[in-house]
Design a protein around this ligand. Structure first.
Ligand code: HEC
Length: 436
C-alpha cells in the first residue's frame, strides 16, 4: 500500500496524527489512538460486535431510550472494549433519534405507578374494599389490565447485580439459534432486516421453540426429561426473547397488545422462575420474577394460561384482591368451549378475601350461566394438562369438577346463610352443563 493510501486508511479510522511527522516529533511518547477524534461510525460497528448480542438490538436503542448517562455507558463498555472505543460508542448512541424515558422507568407498568398494597388496589379500582355486587361481565371486560395500577413492580431495564430486570446476562445461545437448520437464526436475521410485526412474531416463535424443543438435548427449557431443564439458562434465554419484544414495542411507543404469543413470551420468563422452584433448583428472586413477569404477560393477553399459576403466588405475596381480580378478569376473557372459565371460578373462590367471597362467587357463577345460556358449553375435547387416572379429562369433565370443588371450598369458607344464598347458582350451573 502506498503512503498516501496508508494515511487515508488511518485518517478514516480517526488516527490522523500517525500520518503527521511534525506532531510525532513534538509529542513522541503520545500513543496515536488518544489523538484520534471519536467516531460514531466506529461506535456503531463496535456496538454491533461487542454489545448487540446481549442487548438484543442492532442499534443500541435501549441505551439511548433509558437515558443512560455517558459515564455509565463508558463504564459498562470498558468491560468489553478499550477506552477510545467506549467513547465511540457513546458518540454513536448520541446520534440515535429516540424519545427517551427515565433510566429507572419500569416499562409497561400499568398506569405508570406502583401501588402501596393490596387494599389500595381495591380502593382505586372499586372505591371500596369489596367486589362490586352489581358488576357485570361487560363491566369487567371493560377494565383493561394493562391500564389498572397494581402493587406489583414490573421489571426495570437494567438493575446491576440483580436478575429482576429485562436484560439477560448473556446472548441468546448460538447453539440454539443454529438448531433445526438454523431456524431461529434465520427468523431473527429476517426480523432484523425488516423490523416488521410479522417477522417479530415468527422470530419470537422460533426463539421460543429453540429454547423449549423437547427433542433437543441442548434446549434449556425442555419440559422432559426433568433433568434436562436448566433453570437459569432457560430464564436467560426467555429474558432475551422478552427484551427483543419489549424493544420492538418501545421503539414505536406501542402500548396496545400485540400478537398474544409475544406476550406469552413475557409470561414464559415467569414460568421459568416458577419451574426452577418446582424442580428444587430455585433461581434468585424466583417468586418475585414469577409474579412480575406472569402478571405483565397476562395483562396483555388475559385469555391465556390457568389462573392458578398466578393467583396462588399473588395470594402468598399478600395480594388476595389482586389474585381475585386476576382470576375473574381471566375468566371473562376465556375462549369458547373450554373448561378454563370454570377453573377460574375455583381459583377465585380459593384466593378471594373472606369478606369478598360471596359477591365474587355470585359474579363468577352468573358469568358461567351467561356463557352456557348463550351456547358456550365446555367441549368433549381432552384437556392438555389435566390428567386423572391415566387419562386426560375432557373440558366438560374439568368444568364439572371445578364447579364442585369450588362449591366445597365455599361451604367451608362461609356461614350457612351466606352459603345458601349462592348455592342455588351452583345448582343452576350444574343443571345447565350437559351431562357426561
Ligand atoms: C455478556 C452480555 C453483555 C454484553 C456483551 C454487553 N452488556 Fe451491557 N448489560 C448487560 C447486562 C446483563 C446488563 C444489565 C445490568 C446487569 O445485570 O449488570 C447490562 C447493562 C448495561 C448498561 C446499563 C447499566 C446500568 O447502569 O444499569 C449499559 C450502559 C450497558 N450495559 C452498556 C453496554 C455496552 C456499551 C456494551 C458493549 C460495549 C455492552 N453493554 C455489552 C449485558 C451485556
Amino acid at each position: 500500500m502506498s503512503n498516501v493510501g496508508r494515511c487515508a486508511v488511518l485518517i478514516l479510522v480517526g488516527a490522523a496524527s500517525a500520518c503527521d511527522p511534525v506532531t510525532s516529533l513534538v509529542e513522541p511518547e503520545q500513543p496515536a489512538e488518544e489523538h484520534r477524534p471519536v467516531s460514531a461510525i466506529l461506535g456503531h460497528e463496535a456496538f454491533l460486535a461487542e454489545c448487540a448480542n446481549c442487548h438484543a438490538s442492532q442499534d443500541g436503542f435501549d441505551l439511548a431510550f433509558f437515558s443512560f448517562p455517558d459515564s455509565t455507558i463508558v463504564r459498562r463498555a470498558l468491560g468489553h472494549v478499550d477506552a477510545p472505543t467506549a467513547d465511540d460508542i457513546v458518540a454513536y448512541i448520541r446520534t440515535l433519534m429516540v424519545d427517551p424515558v427515565g433510566r429507572f422507568e419500569a416499562s409497561f407498568q400499568p398506569g405508570g405507578e406502583v401501588l402501596a398494597d393490596d387494599l389500595e388496589f381495591a380502593m382505586r379500582l372499586f372505591g371500596a374494599d369489596a367486589w362490586p355486587s352489581g358488576m357485570t361481565t361487560a363491566d369487567l371486560l371493560a377494565i383493561d389490565p394493562t391500564q389498572i395500577p397494581v402493587a406489583i413492580a414490573f421489571p426495570r431495564w437494567s438493575v446491576e447485580e440483580s436478575n429482576v430486570d429485562w436484560m439477560p446476562d448473556g446472548p441468546f445461545p448460538e447453539g440454539l439459534l443454529r438448531q433445526s437448520q438454523n431456524a431461529a437464526g434465520h427468523a431473527l436475521a429476517r426480523y432484523r432486516e425488516t423490523g416488521s410485526d410479522e417477522d417479530l412474531r415468527s422470530a419470537v416463535g422460533s426463539l421460543r421453540w429453540a429454547a423449549y424443543n423437547p427433542n433437543s438435548t441442548v434446549a434449556p427449557c425442555a419440559p422432559t426429561p426433568k433433568a434436562r431443564f436448566r433453570p437459569d439458562d432457560c430464564f436467560q434465554a426467555r429474558r432475551w426473547t422478552a427484551s427483543l419484544i419489549a424493544q420492538h414495542m418501545l421503539r414505536s411507543a406501542r402500548t396496545e397488545p400485540m400478537y398474544s404469543g409475544n406476550h406469552d413470551a413475557w409470561w414464559g420468563v415467569g414460568h421459568a422462575a416458577f419451574k426452577s422452584m418446582q424442580n428444587g433448583q430455585s433461581i434468585e428472586n424466583a417468586e418475585k420474577n414469577q409474579v412480575m413477569w406472569m402478571y405483565m404477560g397476562w395483562a396483555f393477553a388475559p385469555q391465556n394460561h390457568s389462573s392458578w399459576y398466578l393467583a396462588g403466588p399473588l395470594l402468598r405475596k399478600q395480594l388476595p384482591r389482586h389474585a381475585t381480580f386476576h382470576s375473574l378478569r381471566a375468566q371473562v376473557s376465556r375462549v369458547e368451549g373450554g373448561g378454563q372459565a370454570y377453573s377460574d371460578l375455583d381459583a377465585a373462590v380459593f384466593v378471594s378475601p373472606r369478606s369478598w367471597v360471596a359477591d365474587v362467587t355470585a359474579f363468577s357463577l352468573r358469568h358461567l350461566i351467561g356463557r352456557i345460556e348463550s351456547g358456550d358449553v365446555p367441549s368433549d375435547e381432552p384437556t392438555v394438562a389435566i390428567v386423572l387416572g391415566g387419562r386426560a379429562l375432557t373440558q366438560l369433565e374439568w368444568a364439572r369438577r371445578s364447579v364442585q370443588t369450588a362449591r366445597n371450598r365455599l361451604y367451608w369458607k362461609l356461614e350457612a346463610e351466606e352459603y345458601n344464598a349462592v348455592s342455588t347458582l351452583f345448582e343452576r350451573v350444574l343443571e345447565l352443563l350437559p351431562s357426561q
